[in-house]
Design a protein around this ligand. Structure first.
Ligand SMILES: C[S@@+](CC[C@H](N)C(=O)[O-])C[C@H]1O[C@@H](n2cnc3c(N)ncnc32)[C@H](O)[C@@H]1O
Length: 314
């Protein structure tokens, strides 16, 4: 039953969507093979249990005495805390995110301008819209979104990340208005915050409970608002490239940055979002061209991919 529903949803998604701003070709063409090789979500490896201890990423973590949030994975957060000073070092461990940023921003600009009926060619297309960047790290995504006119809230569970993000944003009047908070999506839901668009790029593979995390993203989104998520496919190709090549051969990322079992296939992500009242409208893959050192959007979702969905009306 679930696979029939998924099949029909993916068929709808596979309808050519013209990515007018970036590329006139259909971005997402779902291949039958993708479905054949996919595993039902119930078979997906489960993340390790959450520590019963409160977060201890930093001594002064404001999440310290709060109820444990379901999305927090202490092992993952400790990895980011250890390299927090390097967020804005374009040649450091976050180089892949810096290099990928223009490509993911092109997808965001194109899909969200279409969603909100804005002109993608104007300097500040997101003026008047409230965005939250969940798992913002040092603000690599939050800053350009603010420059594009959005009223941005950036949240991260690691206190050091938020401090670095704030210091960096304060250097430029175009970004100093960003609201940075050391918190979680779950806590923002408790605080009854709502946003026109909720973005979580390269975060879901680091959280403890994918489904609960997506439910929080959904709860933060206004009715008919937009959600953008990017992550890595749980494919053998992703294991070979995103882990073996990126972490062990090219040393782009510290070893152990990614756990293959925490990745989601596109089919799983579509299902999880659907159960959280978010309908995926468009999906694109990222491919890296080592000759020019650049990423581009492509219809190959075998490794890195990004989805845009809309929150069902309540
Ligand atoms: C790979 S980084 C991505 C940073 C940013 N989204 C970007 O793409 O530039 C993942 C970030 O998610 C944060 N994070 C992981 N789990 C989180 C959670 N449950 N709640 C909030 N932030 C989380 C980490 O601290 C880290 O900064």
């Amino acid at each position: 039953m679930a696979s029939k529903l998924l099949l029909s949803r993916l068929r709808t998604l596979a309808k050519p969507t013209h990515h007018r701003f970036i590329n006139p070709t259909p971005i997402f063409t779902l291949k039958y093979q993708t479905l054949v090789h996919s595993r039902p979500y119930s078979d997906a490896p489960q993340p390790p249990p959450i520590d019963s201890k409160p977060p201890s990423i930093n001594g002064d973590n404001p999440l310290k005495n709060k109820k444990i949030s379901s999305s927090l994975n202490q092992t993952e957060l400790a990895k980011f805390s250890a390299i927090a000073e390097t967020w804005w070092d374009a040649e450091g461990p976050f180089k892949p995110l810096h290099v990928m940023n223009p490509t993911r921003l092109a997808f965001i600009r194109s899909t969200l301008c279409r969603h909100f009926g804005k002109d993608p060619n104007c300097a500040k297309p997101f003026e008047g819209l409230k965005f939250v960047d969940v798992g913002c790290g040092g603000g690599i995504l939050s800053e350009p979104l603010a420059r594009m006119g959005a009223t941005v809230t950036g949240i991260d569970a690691v206190e050091k990340n938020i401090k670095i993000a704030q210091l960096h944003a304060d250097l430029d009047p175009g970004t100093s208005s960003i609201e940075y908070l050391c918190t979680t999506a779950e806590k923002l839901v408790e605080d009854q915050r709502k946003f026109d668009a909720v973005l979580a790029l390269e975060v879901i593979e680091h959280v403890a409970d994918h489904a609960e995390f997506c439910k929080s993203l959904s709860a933060l989104t206004v009715s008919n608002g937009a959600t953008v998520i990017s992550t890595i496919n749980r494919s053998m190709r992703a294991y070979a490239t995103a882990i073996v090549v990126a972490e062990y051969i090219l040393n782009w990322l510290p070893r152990g940055t990614h756990q293959w079992s925490s990745f989601l296939t596109p089919e799983e992500l579509v299902l999880i979002l659907q159960r959280a009242s978010i309908s995926v409208q468009e999906m694109a893959g990222f491919v890296y061209n080592p000759l020019i050192g650049k990423w581009s959007l492509f219809d190959d979702i075998g490794v890195n991919f990004i989805v845009y969905g809309t929150k069902d009306s309540e």
